[in-house]
Design a protein around this ligand. Structure first.
Ligand code: URP
Ligand code: ZN
Ligand code: ZN
Ligand code: ZN
Length: 484
């Protein structure tokens, strides 16, 4: 059976034009005028765009003594409801656990996904086994990205020597390292000091992670990537200090990508001053929300191209889970939701305000991500041969975000009360209509793993340049005798 999307305006990262889209066997088979198909989806007044890709989620993540509450079932249901058709989650080996062993656990978790997904592999410790398994992960398992936590000391954090070794391994394999950039040693010390002074509320979480610790770590990661000769992707860039480091690196020709989150773009640090403990704790995430100046910096980064993509870092904990940290903010599970809200919030606060064009919206929510992570044009494109992961976007459709009617399993929403204008009329996952006017019609287990090859053009170009400019011994004819 074929599906035809009629009367819409196609919006891609670089083009806007009126055409129908014919879908068959999960793929786009024709784009043109007056096409015919079995099932007709009316896109009058709508934009037909590549479905969103969220490059940063934590579904059923074991973290801080618990598991994040949205799993691949509810998480991908939320994703599709908001127009996102692919998520990239993090496989996290526990200390001493092999990478392939961890990957098996994530394979098991993801069987219920409603939409396609891929994985990043986290490097949480270092050994010869990790070094060896990285090759299998890349060459056999289709994972070309490795995440490094510079924070969460005593848990996920890796040190500079481990990071340098892993980045060099990434360079050899044509893989891309990712970093969570915060100085974990300083954060741990600030946490200790704040607790000692009786500063135990959720607001102290933000005090313990000021922009400076993120800026320093971002600069350090950029330097280490440069020494290892590998591109770098900085996750959840939240502040001017980190953005400045990325901007400067890019101006110097370094291949560095920055990923702001929809939360940091639209919510600010006044949330932590809220008199209700639960309200503040529900917004505890790392890095914390920042002030308006930092938000302006992130928006400017998206406009100028110094920041590349918008993610959610979806890592949802219930109020009950957040309460593990009553009396000790360091025990509040870190993370917030956003999968269902990223696209409508970015459209409303980006396109709706004139800070982004519709084409830029597509670039930062989908196409840039597919290119950087190397699954373009299978994903992130409206092209013949691409997967029919599409969203028919109604720019006039409105709602007020509320936990009452969200797909996520948790009991609140950090965007509660925000009015959004711009929502999916239809979301298609490989040709299957999963969302129609707010009604979810997806199929559990429909989602497939997306393999991503290493050695992107950018990785190849950088390794060519690094080889050409590598230090070389000066060959000399007459070497004087040693002075000893
Ligand atoms: O607070 C956050 N961001 N939780 C999820 C884990 C991470 O650091 O990305
Ligand atoms: Zn992180
Ligand atoms: Zn994360
Ligand atoms: Zn389901």
């Amino acid at each position: 059976m074929s599906t035809i999307i009629k009367n819409g305006t196609i919006v891609t990262a670089d083009l806007t034009y009126k055409a129908d889209v014919l879908v068959e066997g999960g793929k786009i088979v024709e784009i043109g005028q007056g096409l015919l198909g079995d099932e007709v989806l009316d896109a009058s007044g709508c934009f037909v765009m590549p479905g969103g890709i969220d490059p940063h989620t934590h579904l059923e993540m074991p973290f801080m003594g618990t598991y994040s509450s949205d799993d691949f079932e509810s998480g991908t249901r939320a994703a599709l409801s908001g127009g996102t058709t692919m998520v990239v989650d993090f496989a996290l080996p526990s200390p001493e656990q092999g990478l392939l062993d961890a990957l098996q656990m994530w394979d098991n978790k993801s069987t219920r996904a409603h939409c396609d997904y891929s994985f990043h592999m986290a490097i949480t410790w270092w050994s010869e086994q990790v070094f060896d398994e990285m090759e299998t992960v890349v060459r056999e398992r289709g994972i070309n990205t490795f995440k490094h936590f510079m924070a969460y000391k005593g848990a996920l954090m890796v040190n500079d020597d481990e990071m340098y070794a892993s980045f060099k391994r990434c360079a050899e394999l044509g893989a891309l390292p990712l970093v969570h950039a915060e100085n974990g040693d300083v954060v741990a010390e600030l946490q200790r000091k704040l607790m000692e002074e009786g500063n135990d509320g959720p607001e102290a979480h933000a005090f313990s992670r000021p922009p400076q610790v993120e800026g320093e770590a971002t600069n350090r990661a950029i330097m280490i990537a440069d020494m290892a000769g590998v591109p770098l992707y900085v996750v959840h860039t939240s502040c001017e200090e980190a953005h400045e480091a990325i901007r400067r690196a890019r101006m110097q020709g370094k291949r560095v990508y920055g990923e702001p989150l929809i939360q940091h773009l639209t919510l600010d640090d006044s949330e932590y001053a809220h008199p209700d403990w639960d309200h503040a704790a529900r917004r505890v995430m790392s890095p914390p929300f920042r002030n308006k100046q930092h938000q302006d910096s992130l928006w400017a980064g998206l406009q100028s191209g110094s920041l590349s993509v918008v993610a959610t870092d979806h890592c949802a904990f219930t109020t009950e889970q957040k309460r593990y940290g009553v009396g000790d903010f360091t025990k509040i599970p870190n993370g917030t939701g956003g999968l269902e809200d990223r696209m409508p919030m970015l459209w409303t606060y980006g396109v709706g305000t004139g800070r982004l064009t519709p084409n830029e919206f597509v670039a930062v929510t989908s196409t840039n991500i597919a290119k950087i992570l190397n699954c373009y044009p299978k994903k992130g494109a409206v092209l013949v041969g691409a997967d029919a992961d599409l969203v028919v976007w109604d720019p006039e459709k409105e709602k007020v975000i509320s936990a009452e009617n969200q797909q996520s399993e948790i009991d609140y929403n950090v965007f509660e009360g925000k009015k959004v204008k711009g929502l999916p009329r239809y979301t298609l996952t490989r040709g299957r209509v999963a969302v129609e006017d707010g009604a979810f019609k997806g199929q559990e287990g429909h989602g497939e793993f997306v393999k991503r090859e290493p050695s992107t053009p950018v990785a190849k170009a950088l390794s060519t340049w690094k080889e050409l400019t590598a230090p070389r011994k000066v060959e000399r004819s007459g070497i004087p005798a040693s002075g000893v």
